[in-house]
Design a protein around this ligand. Structure first.
Ligand code: FAD
Length: 456
């Protein structure tokens, strides 16, 4: 078959795999030879702490990607700097005549990709890869965007046909350059501490986790809310960096035969839903989706916010969850809901501060899911919980960590305290007394939020 181009460049951004990779597949079809590159984006890196675990995760994942490319007679081309400049340099250096990448819908990515379109003089092909349905592919009968999840999910399911699998090309270009992601110098070069991430990077670990999850999928509905059981898939970080594709995840559980599989599929649909919300609300990174929620005058203090960040609020379930986040870069979904509600509806702190803290700490940070989760917890988003629904941290703790096993794992000073005392410990040496009174602040929250009902 005659190819359209001699050399195609595939720029990986959040898709660290060679398998079921849409842009790579297309480049393989169109081009005689394919080059794969990754650019460490200094515009992003400059905002991260030097201890950020994501760098180690990325490096580990890219090393595996590079190994796979070497197995195919090529190598990962790697650069550090401004992505538009570096991409343009690679195009010139290798004599590339077409650029390929998978679409990324985050606000920063949209701007970056527009710059690329404007800067390069070769054809640019972009592909849908990280979601099942994007932009305006799931609409109501009247052609409007959905704002409520359940009808969106039903439409999504009705549109789900047979998903494609994008085969891996075999026509990679041999690369002779010396520099390699396997060298030890990368941590120093990028200015980050060398360490192992809490979850190992790479596709092989993603597939191991998916395989292990097979035994828990059918009981997902029963177990998913209990953080000490750790019976969710733990795949969010692998999905975030594209070590596994969303199509592989959906195929894994569908056609969903059990209730557990159906609920797990729903979680994947929530992910698409939040991506769609981002598309329809491009200002959701700064403004509440429901504008009346921007009238709220947040009463919380910066000291209380600090205590929340450091897991020192005196509320054991909240402290355990925040300490899990700070030490591992992960947090169970139930706990994310508890701490998010606690920040805005008990400590009365603007949810955007919590959103930014999660963005800094989460290994699986994904703009759309994080923004969606915070907008849900603070009641300011589409299909969010009503503002007067306020999680009681004590009852959440009793219900979802009844024996206190999760709390004891992260609040070691409570390691000898049994349930039920562990949920609401009286004064204990070494553990903070509650920084606010839940019952008093519940009423303050209702008063503070009342402004959203006022007509203007
Ligand atoms: C305040 C808040 C912030 C969040 N921030 C993020 C984030 O930055 N990145 C992120 O991936 N998820 C985020 N979530 C969603 C959810 O907590 C995580 O996806 C989940 O805990 C990851 O664990 P898992 O892979 O074991 O999930 P599983 O329970 O095994 O679910 C499977 C997959 O479905 C997706 N998913 C599950 N729940 C949700 C959800 N509520 N919204 C969107 N997608 C979901 C994830 O990709 C996940 O890997 C957030 C939730 C809240 C309440």
């Amino acid at each position: 078959m005659n190819k359209m181009y001699k050399k195609g460049l595939v720029w990986c951004r959040r898709d660290y795999r060679l398998q079921d990779h849409h842009a790579l597949f297309l480049a393989g079809q169109h081009c005689e030879n394919v080059v794969v590159c990754f650019i460490f984006d200094t515009n992003i890196l400059s905002h991260l702490d030097t201890t950020d675990q994501r760098i180690a995760f990325i490096i580990e994942s890219l090393r595996e990607l590079d190994d796979d490319l070497r197995g195919m007679g090529s190598k990962l081309v790697i650069r550090v700097g401004d992505p538009v400049e570096k991409c343009t340099e690679i195009i010139t250096q290798f004599g590339i005549d077409a650029l390929y990448f998978n679409r990324d819908y985050e606000p920063y990515a949209l701007t970056r990709d527009q710059k690329i379109h404007n800067s390069v003089s070769i054809p640019v092909h972009t592909c849908k890869d990280s979601v099942i349905f994007e932009k305006d592919e799931v609409l109501t009968q009247k052609g409007a965007y959905y704002t409520v999840f359940t009808p969106y999910k039903n439409k999504w399911l009705s549109l789900l046909g047979k998903l494609p699998t994008f085969s891996t090309p075999t026509n990679f270009l041999p690369i002779s350059e010396e520099s390699s992601i396997h060298e030890n110098r990368w941590f120093d070069l990028l200015g980050f501490d060398k360490k192992h991430p809490f979850l190992p990077g790479g596709r092989s670990q993603a597939l191991r986790s998916l395989n292990q999850f097979t035994q828990w999928l059918d009981a997902y509905d029963e177990h998913r809310d209990f953080p000490h059981l750790n019976r969710t898939s733990n795949l969010s970080v692998y999905l975030r960096f594209g070590c596994v594709s969303i199509r592989e995840m959906v195929k894994f559980c569908s056609p969903a035969k059990s209730k557990g599989a159906m609920i797990w599929l729903s979680e994947l649909i929530w992910r698409d839903f939040y991506q769609m919300i981002c598309h329809t609300h491009p200002n959701c990174n700064t403004k509440a989706i429901k504008p009346e929620y921007d009238r709220i005058q947040w009463l919380g203090s910066s000291e209380d916010f600090e205590a929340w960040c450091n897991g020192q609020t005196g509320y054991p379930i909240v402290d355990a969850a925040m300490r899990q986040l700070n030490t591992t870069g992960m947090m169970h979904n139930r706990c994310r809901m508890i701490v998010a509600s606690f920040l805005c509806k008990t400590l009365l702190v603007d949810w955007r501060k919590g959103e930014a803290y999660f963005a800094k700490k989460l290994l699986d940070f994904d703009f759309a899911s994080n923004n969606g989760g915070w907008a849900w917890a603070s009641s300011s988003g589409c299909d969010a919980q009503p503002y007067f629904r306020i999680f009681n941290p004590y009852t959440q703790s009793q219900k979802f960590d009844s024996n206190g096993d999760y709390i004891r794992q992260y609040c070691t000073e409570l390691s000898t305290i049994a349930a039920p005392l562990i949920h609401q410990p009286a004064e204990l040496p070494g553990y903070p007394t509650p920084i606010v009174d839940y019952a008093i602040n519940r009423q303050r929250a209702l008063d503070m939020y009342a402004v959203v009902k006022q007509k203007v």
